[in-house]
Ligand binder design. Structure first.
Ligand SMILES: [Zn+2]
Length: 218
């Protein structure tokens, strides 16, 4: 499933045509293609606590993020915009197929950036806080992660976590500058409640969005 949402088509901008029109030039994300990847979905719930399920929480945040990016003139490509998995490639273990299809959607779109959104879970309930991961060795990934982490700390006022390098599939295998945003811990009761709140979900999406804008203007 490829969901390409072309915004501002009323400006006469076509996918294969000129990417910049005078009216678009004032929008900060004009001509930028951003992949948004809500983790898990369908058969794969991700982590959970009671009836709070990662695949649902991250989808809501991703949809708010999509809206902010589109309002700024960005072309947003989502790996999913509903509760589905991505198993179109017919052979192999489910998780591998799901990852390969996510990769294909992002690569086919020519995305400049990829924001993959997840939520954390751990046995102890004491841990909390949103945190951004980037591919080890990627300077651009580090800069993008820093910009988003800074805004999350500033806007949410409840995380002092620092960015961290890693080697996850969605960072390593994607040519776009990619980060994984872990929006918080479902295993922390207070944070889990926050993550279910539309206001908090919007704050998270907003801080990711502003981080992207700041990264691009560096
Ligand atoms: Zn996850």
């Amino acid at each position: 499933m490829l969901l390409v949402i072309a915004v501002f088509s009323f400006l006469g901008w076509g996918y294969s045509g000129s990417r910049v029109s005078p009216a678009q030039a004032i929008l900060p994300l004009s001509g930028i293609i951003i992949g948004v990847d809500p983790g898990h979905g369908g058969y794969d719930p991700g982590s959970s606590r009671g009836d709070i399920i990662e695949k649902d929480v991250v989808l809501q945040i991703a949809l708010y993020l999509r809206d902010y990016l589109q309002q700024a003139g960005g072309l947003v490509v989502m790996t999913r915009d509903e509760d589905v998995d991505l198993l179109e490639i017919p052979a192999g273990p489910k998780k591998d197929r799901d990852f390969q299809n996510r990769k294909k959607i992002i690569e086919d779109s020519g995305a400049d950036l990829l924001i993959s959104i997840h939520a954390n879970a751990i046995t102890s309930s004491q841990w909390r806080g949103a945190q951004v991961f980037y591919q080890e060795g990627s300077e651009e990934g580090r800069l993008l992660a820093s910009a988003i982490q800074y805004e999350m700390s500033r806007v949410l006022k409840n995380t002092d976590r620092q960015i961290k390098s890693s080697n996850f599939f969605m960072l390593r295998e994607i040519s776009a500058k990619a980060v994984i945003v872990e929006v918080g811990f479902l295993t922390n009761p207070e944070e889990a409640d926050l993550l279910c709140s539309p206001d908090y979900q919007k704050k998270l999406a907003w801080s990711i969005y502003v981080g992207i804008i700041n990264y691009l203007s560096q």
